[in-house]
Design a binder for this molecule. Sequence first.
Ligand code: ATP
Ligand code: MG
Length: 569
Amino acid sequence: MRVSRLYAPTLREVPAEAEVVSHQLMLRAGFMRKAAGGIYSYLPLALRVLKKIEAIVREEMDQAGAQELLMPIVQPAEMWQESGRWDVYGAEMFRLNDRHNRNFCLGPTHEEMVTTLIRADIRSYRQLPLNVYQIQNKFRDERRPRFGLMRGREFIMKDAYSFDRDEVALDKSYQAMYDAYTRIFTRCGLNFRPVEADSGAIGGSGSHEFMVIADSGEAEIVFCTECEYAANVEKAELAAISSVDEPMQELKSVDTPNCKTIADVCNYLNLSIEKSVKAVAYTSEKGLILCFVRGDHEVNEIKVINTCNVINLEMASEEELTKAGTVGGYMGPVGMDPEKVMIVVDSSVMNMHNFCCGANKSDSHYLNVNPGRDFTPTFVADIRLIQETDACPHCGGKISKARGIEVGQVFKLFTKYSEALKATYLDENGKEKPMVMGCYGVGVSRTMAAAIEQNNDADGIIWPAAIAPYQVLVVPVNVKDELSSQMAEEVYSNLLKAGIEAAIDDRKERPGVKFKDADLIGYPVRIVIGPKTLTEKQIEIKIRKTGEVMSLPLNDDYVKAIKELLLKL
Ligand code: ATP
Ligand code: MG
């Protein structure tokens, strides 16, 4: 590629709308342009990176025995109605009508489509296992599209679906995908970690997310510093904390004027926070949900969703609280009717004695509340978020937190879709059984952004060589100097002949401008050729990642040396 012809309009200024570095750099380096919120055009450099990630994904999927196909983006409502998700998917699903006023959606995912496809053609145990995948644009009308390609509305995903005869076979398919994902992200040159993920109502260890470790990540993960345990904080399961036994004391109410937060209350009453219980109120399609955790703990909304088996969870309004007979800042389980509102109590609270909590009226709290005696929960469950002070749920060791970007997820679906959509097969005995499914996604466009989030400096992007748009940039210092220009062309052509993806900056620009653009775009290796290097019969090499500069003799060996160098970047 000749940079003089390259469609990569670089910008000198940081675009105001870009909050994270990958978005800023991709706009500045001319990789992408916005069409609408969360919807982008990929310019040639970005497309090259995407194609490289896709090539790695394809190779590893094929290697793992999956077969590529391509399903429609526009999906008829009927299959979603059959699975029951048409009405529950919510605003994230982009719906549209055709000229006959029939309902369709833009595929946010393809479980319905693939299950409908497979059920018509796969009938016998002899045809299983089967794993199919596609790489395609998905559309999700995200509530908050942001961070450029990290959370787009239209984005590129690789999605795979496995069909097996039973759970033992599913375990094998799942492991094959887990291993393939590990190879994919390793080959992309990323620092990542698979973590246990929430698998919704299914529970168990049915899902893992692949997290690229980066401070800008929207996900929070915990990992044990002593064993292999790593999980999304949403998923991390906690044993109930036990408290020292003490005799029950008489329930009494106390005035707590203007004590809105649990810290205010404890201060005012001179109480340790471990002796208090705080409340968080949500509304859902099943009505009001009041959650109670110890004062110093936080509610894990995902666990609440799973415990109450609800789809929508939003903060409750003051109006709804009044209707239920309570008041914000002073909520408590005592006197609430578990038939009318869901009272969800964290397991650790059930082990507490004589604690303090809101009395469901303004400026008032109860002291000496005791589970069993003073209130009736609808559910007792582990609903709190893990904290750094908690012990590892597996080995009791010390845990640490980090932020991550979810670039992939593997998921055991079991028979959720095959039962709803009647995707069955006949076993050896002619008995009809639902296929046991798994689904596996890689965010291809998000992986590109994550690579930049993890690999950048003040000058620009630092691409891992495996996914760089071009691996080497040849820079003639001055194109007007005929000899340097000629030698640069020769080096460029030798690199191309050796199968190295090279570009040459043949623009009539000052060297400073070329070097700045080279750093911004992030070519892993830059070769400089000028009168000085030529008198020494050398080329100058600069490695983007380390800033290391070295000279190579201008003989037949430099191509080989560069090839070897690239393998290490
Ligand atoms: P998130 O929790 O980040 O919204 P998700 O868990 O809903 O993602 P999946 O259904 O697991 O996403 O989709 C598979 C992969 O697709 C994700 O691991 C992620 O890499 C990618 N992905 C999902 N949503 C987006 C998006 N809005 N923009 C870019 N990539 C996305
Ligand atoms: Mg996911």
